[in-house]
Design a protein around this ligand. Structure first.
Ligand SMILES: Cc1cc2nc3c(=O)[nH]c(=O)nc-3n(C[C@H](O)[C@H](O)[C@H](O)COP(=O)(O)OP(=O)(O)OC[C@H]3O[C@@H](n4cnc5c(N)ncnc54)[C@H](O)[C@@H]3O)c2cc1C
Length: 326
């Protein structure tokens, strides 16, 4: 039975998303342990320049380049992935737990009657057996999951779960040509670019998140300045988004985005379960809250009990000075 691994390459606005390079890096490590091949699966239109970026990360690149795959659609992408999986019979299919991943992979699992483990944060091979690390019960428990009696398993991972390690392979490129049909009942007339920020929230290494304690939308300027210094992104709690202080695309939590940055700083965020479910796998958590009993401190590696309006200007100046010295 093949132990080959597929990594689905996700693109956004013509560029490969960082999370795909993370998955390729991890996929390569797994393929070495399983003595198998790592395939990068690139679907899209006019993707030649992207292929060169992937070459050092994979053994093989399966490329389907057609105008019908220019933008993500559930029908065309599911069909193309199903075709390639049936043709190459990989043992593992890895993807990102992004909006696209959450749409595509459950459909694919249903089509292929394959098990899917979603929103995982780690994967290991021990004695040839795959073990997948996955938070459950809103992150209160970390479970290790194996899939059994199945020729293929699908796993999606939170962005920022793995480091990027550039390899030295020059992947063989396989151009696949396949019949793709669109569901004629759905027609995309126009795609308008949203006001998307420089760094994708789920892929940001640094997030400074404001809660209701920020008191109003105008006070988020200082969070923007700090995020700018550190090359990160501003996040928000749902209370903030519901108050229309920030856009929904900034929301962290159960009904927002799940994030795992290297550093998360929560300012005036209480730490309600629906919020922490979306950020508790952050590598380092810092909380600023004037209430010493705020729940967020139970998750924090470092806590500052104070008024955030005292702390944030000092934090901004300190970071600015550090950056100038560096
Ligand atoms: C189905 C469902 C889904 C949900 N999904 C989400 C989600 O995706 N994301 C999410 O965030 N929430 C979500 N919620 C809401 C969640 O339960 C909380 O209500 C919300 O997270 C609270 O936001 P908050 O921490 O900003 O506000 P609050 O709970 O009001 O907390 C404000 C905090 O600021 C502190 N504070 C106030 N002033 C200052 C100051 N000057 N200096 C320092 N600290 C100060 C206070 O001590 C307090 O701890 C969901 C709820 C439900 C029911």
């Amino acid at each position: 039975m093949s132990k080959d691994i597929f990594v689905f390459i996700e693109c956004k606005e013509g560029s490969i998303r960082k999370t795909s390079f993370e998955l390729l890096s991890k996929g390569k490590e797994l393929a070495e342990k399983l003595s198998s091949e790592l395939y990068a699966v690139l679907l899209g239109f006019d993707t030649k320049s992207l292929i060169d970026e992937i070459k050092p990360f994979a053994h093989k690149i399966l490329s389907v380049d057609t105008e019908l795959l220019k933008d993500y659609r559930w029908d065309t992408y599911t069909d193309a992935m199903e075709y390639l999986i049936k043709k190459y019979s990989p043992y593992l299919v890895l993807g990102a737990s992004t909006i696209t991943g959450k749409d595509l992979f459950p459909r694919l699992a249903a089509r292929l009657d394959a098990p899917i483990v979603s929103d995982a944060i780690g994967i290991e091979v021990t004695d040839g057996e795959i073990k997948i690390k996955k938070p459950i019960y809103g992150g209160k428990i970390i479970s290790w999951v194996t899939t059994q009696n199945t020729p293929i398993s699908i796993v999606t991972f939170r962005p920022n779960s793995f480091s990027i390690v550039k390899g030295d392979t020059a992947a063989e490129v396989i151009d696949e040509r396949l019949e793709i049909s669109m569901d004629s009942r759905i027609n995309t007339n126009r795609i308008d670019k949203g006001g998307s920020k420089k760094v994708d929230l789920q892929e940001a290494d640094f997030i400074i998140c404001g809660g209701r304690g920020m008191k109003g939308p105008e006070n988020f300027n200082i969070l923007e300045e700090i995020a700018e210094i550190l090359g990160g992104r501003v996040g928000a709690s749902r209370a903030v988004v519901d108050s229309k202080w920030r856009d929904y695309e900034d929301q962290v939590g159960k009904s927002g985005k799940t994030v795992s940055p290297k550093l998360y700083i929560g300012c005036g965020v209480s730490g309600a379960l629906h919020h922490t479910m979306g950020m508790d796998t952050s590598k380092v958590i810092v909380a600023v809250n004037k209430d010493p009993n705020a729940l967020i401190f139970q998750y924090a590696d470092y806590g500052i009990v104070d008024d955030l309006f005292n702390i944030l200007p000092a934090l901004k100046d300190g970071l600015k000075n550090l950056k100038q010295e560096a």
